[in-house]
Design a protein around this ligand. Structure first.
Ligand code: UD1
Length: 419
């Protein structure tokens, strides 16, 4: 297994371009199943999760062609199979995103149950309840979800809890349902709006994505289109934190700051100087000392759980004590133990992390446990003295495009070591 070797203590400076958003791209690839024609997706990030989604569609008979502009032409319009096997689903929970489109288009789907994962139990009951309300019959058998339906029928659905991929799954399914579907208690993440924009470009009729209520008037068929994936707000946020923890100064291009309002607010509270344009964010922390910031993660527009681990590192070297409350996922503090091995002083109390800022961190051998946890270990390595080795970095390759190349471009010193 590959490792990253980080020589800490370098201040990051420079400009980088944000990649396309993984969490926007995954549902969009699944959405191609709904189309009767091929769909072109541009600006897809080069990530393991995207490869896994393509493998999944490919295993069902989709044809995926990379053209000379590095755009993907995806033809999922005549699938020969509607099963998502366990080997693929177990490596990526977002595989559940094919459930709604398959049932809506082909009237059946057999999807392996995702099962447990490093950041909590992450069930899919909200997805299944909502799909049943659209008229699907669902049976759980031998570790698989077996769903069947004639044409789905639009209805009023209030989700029992706010779920991002659940909202996306049902929005996709309802696009081909008969009649109108009203969804409430929905997720309002920017990626929900991005998916609605793609579906509408394919001929769907969706209003209200990104607000409290989404109204979908079902259509009989969806067509092809060409669509560019917007920038990854979590990648952007991670590079801004990298600048902050190294007392650096970085400009991230391609990102709409409105997607990171809460993160920017917290970065400013921590003492960083931020300036924005409509598609860029710059941060400077040169010659300043980080101040501690209290954080409570919650669904958008609140502070994203996917930035929690990165802010743990910022707070760990700030001058004072802070509290982080994780309210979205249980068990999302796996990185804390590893950070403490690098000299952090963090105590966990249920869903609260109490962080006492220390003057400096030191390098150590640490192990990544999930995607954002691995990002936090790299950030800690960047500001620690000496060398840090991060193992199990396949987690980071799932969600960050060429992370060591991008950080090295900003002045970091990171080597990818072969297994
Ligand atoms: C998505 C993101 C992930 C992000 C998360 C929260 C993608 C591909 N992934 O994950 O990066 O961290 O949103 O912003 O977009 N829940 C249930 N039952 C369900 C569904 C969810 O109890 O049927 C719970 C989960 O266990 C969790 C909470 O609801 O505690 C939110 O999960 P959810 O929004 O569904 O996360 P994902 O969509 O899996």
């Amino acid at each position: 297994m590959e490792k990253l070797l980080i020589k800490g203590g370098k201040s990051l400076k420079g400009t980088i371009m944000c990649a396309g958003a993984k969490n926007a791209a995954l549902p969009m690839i699944a959405a191609t199943i709904l189309s009767s024609e091929s769909v072109v997706l541009k600006n897809l990030p080069y990530l393991q999760d995207i490869t896994t989604m393509f493998e999944l569609l490919g295993s069902m008979g989709a044809e995926i062609i990379l053209n000379e502009n590095m755009d993907f032409n995806i033809s999922s319009n005549s699938l020969s199979d509607t099963e998502a096997r366990y080997e693929l689903v177990k490596t990526m929970r977002a595989s559940i995103l094919v459930l709604g489109p398959l049932v809506a288009k082909y009237g059946k789907a057999r999807i392996a149950l995702p099962g447990g994962c490093a950041i909590g139990s992450r069930p899919v009951n909200f997805h299944l309840d909502a799909l049943e309300q659209l008229g699907a019959k669902i049976v759980l058998r031998n570790g698989y979800i077996e769903a069947t339906a004639d044409r789905l029928i639009g209805t009023k659905i209030r989700f029992d809890g706010v779920t991002v991929t659940g909202t996306e799954n049902i929005m996709m399914a309802a696009s081909l349902a008969e009649g109108t579907t009203h969804l409430t208690n929905v997720a309002k993440e920017p990626e929900i709006e991005d998916l609605a924009n793609l579906l509408n470009a394919m001929g769907a009729n969706i209003q209200g994505a990104g607000t409290e209520e989404i109204i979908i008037s079902g259509v009989k068929e969806l067509n092809g289109t060409s669509f560019s994936i917007p920038a990854d707000r979590i990648e952007a946020g991670t590079y801004l934190v990298a600048a902050a923890v190294t007392n650096g100064s970085v400009l991230v291009n391609g990102i709409n700051p409105q997607r990171l309002t809460k993160v920017i607010q917290k970065l400013e509270e921590s003492g960083a100087t931020i300036s924005t344009t409509k598609d860029s964010i710059s941060l400077s922390m040169e010659n300043k000392k980080l101040k501690p910031v209290d954080i409570t993660t919650a669904p958008f527009p609140e502070f994203p759980t996917d930035m929690q681990a990165q802010f743990s590192v910022m707070n760990a070297i700030a001058s004072g004590t802070s509290n982080i409350y994780e309210t979205v996922f249980e068990n999302r503090f796996m990185h804390i133990q590893e950070l403490n091995r690098m000299g952090c002083d963090i105590e966990i109390n249920g869903n609260q992390a109490i962080i006492k800022g220390v003057d400096s961190l030191y390098g150590a051998e640490v192990m990544a446990t999930d995607l954002r946890a691995s990002a936090s270990l790299i950030l800690a390595g960047l500001c620690a003295s000496g060398q840090t080795t991060v193992s199990r970095i396949y987690h980071i390759d799932r969600g960050y495009e060429r992370i060591e190349e991008k950080l090295n471009y900003l002045g970091a010193e990171i080597l990818r070591l072969p297994s």
